[in-house]
Design a protein around this ligand. Structure first.
Ligand SMILES: Nc1ncnc2c1ncn2[C@@H]1O[C@H](COP(=O)(O)OP(=O)(O)O)[C@@H](O)[C@H]1O
Ligand SMILES: [Mg+2]
Length: 295
């Protein structure tokens, strides 16, 4: 449901009215999650995004983390205003009206360059947040996903799932900061062409392979070509630096594939109750096919 201006907290209303006047339209935007509290407010000469959240991480990212990212700031929406209430946190941020076009959803060089810049600027650094999202692959996630599978399939993929979980351990070592949600709907293009990434509620630390994997729609490519292209483009950016990435291209390709499978397992385990039946069975089918195909 679209909100009316009066349904926003008074401080937000005041900021908006004083800065831009009365909104012409207020439109609810939905991301991957259907419960998102994101609105686009259009005014006579501009538009802004107002985002409401229960968990404080994204609010804290804009308030506490962006100051450590000085020469990366152009790739993050500008924070115009923030507001904290007892339960909810609010941010008003720059509207990137142009989404990343679909023909740029696959190993886009500028997208990878932005991630490369973000990862290298934050390499080895701690996050200045008390309880950020922490990516992990827990046994319970496997059990949950296995319960969603038909009986005859469960036994066939159970071993693979637990093997993949063990192989994926390296992904969760704190190597650098991650957006944690680089999916193609979380990118926009500024008028001057700058590629910008938003939706920072999963800011965390881990392996760059996680951010690289999540840029791929769905489960990535069947033949592995997309994963290889992402890895080779990312590695070639490193080769321009005087120090080397502490893993080989082969390892990065393997980790991107593992990270994609982990992200799907995590997504299913967290969202299975709210997904529409068709969407759920669609993802499960793809996951089964992928698990059965693995050597
Ligand atoms: N700064 C922004 N500029 C343009 N669109 C945005 C911006 N922030 C969010 N959106 C839009 O709102 C949707 C939901 O916001 P997002 O921050 O991704 O939340 P979530 O995915 O957690 O619901 C996005 O997919 C995008 O379409
Ligand atoms: Mg999103």
């Amino acid at each position: 449901m679209n909100k009316t201006l009066r349904e926003f907290p008074q401080d937000i209303q005041l900021y908006l009215m004083e800065s831009f006047g009365f909104p012409v339209t207020i439109e609810k935007l939905s991301g991957i999650k259907s419960d998102g509290g994101c609105h686009r407010l259009r005014f006579e000469d501009t538009s802004v995004i107002v985002k409401q959240m229960k968990e404080p991480q994204e609010y804290l990212f804009y308030k506490e983390c962006t100051k450590y990212l000085q020469d990366f700031e152009s790739h993050i929406p500008s924070l115009l205003f923030s507001h904290k209430e007892e339960v909810d946190h609010w941010i008003i941020i720059e509207d990137l009206e142009k989404p990343l076009p679909k023909d740029r959803w696959f190993a886009d060089k500028e997208v990878l360059q932005v991630l490369f810049k973000f990862h290298t600027r934050t390499w080895g650094k701690d996050l200045p947040l008390k309880s950020p999202y922490s990516p992990s692959w827990q046994d319970e996630m496997n059990h949950r996903v296995l319960e969603l599978l038909p009986n005859n399939i469960r036994g066939q993929v159970e071993g693979d799932l637990f093997r993949l979980q063990r192989e994926a351990k390296d992904l969760f070592k704190p190597i650098c900061w991650l957006s944690g949600d680089t999916n193609p709907t979380n990118w926009g293009i500024r008028r001057d062409g700058t590629v910008v990434i938003f939706d920072w509620e999963r800011i965390c630390t881990g392996s760059p392979a996680i951010d690289l994997a999540i840029t791929m729609p769905g489960l990535g490519s069947d033949d592995g070509n997309l994963e290889s292209l992402i890895a080779s483009r990312y590695m070639s950016m490193w080769s321009e630096l005087s120090y080397e990435l502490p893993f080989t291209e082969e390892k990065l390709i393997k980790d991107i594939k593992l990270a994609k499978l982990w992200s799907v397992v995590e997504f299913l385990a967290k969202n299975w109750t709210t997904l529409e039946h068709e969407a759920l069975s669609n993802i499960l089918d793809k996951l089964i096919t992928r698990l059965m195909k693995r050597p």
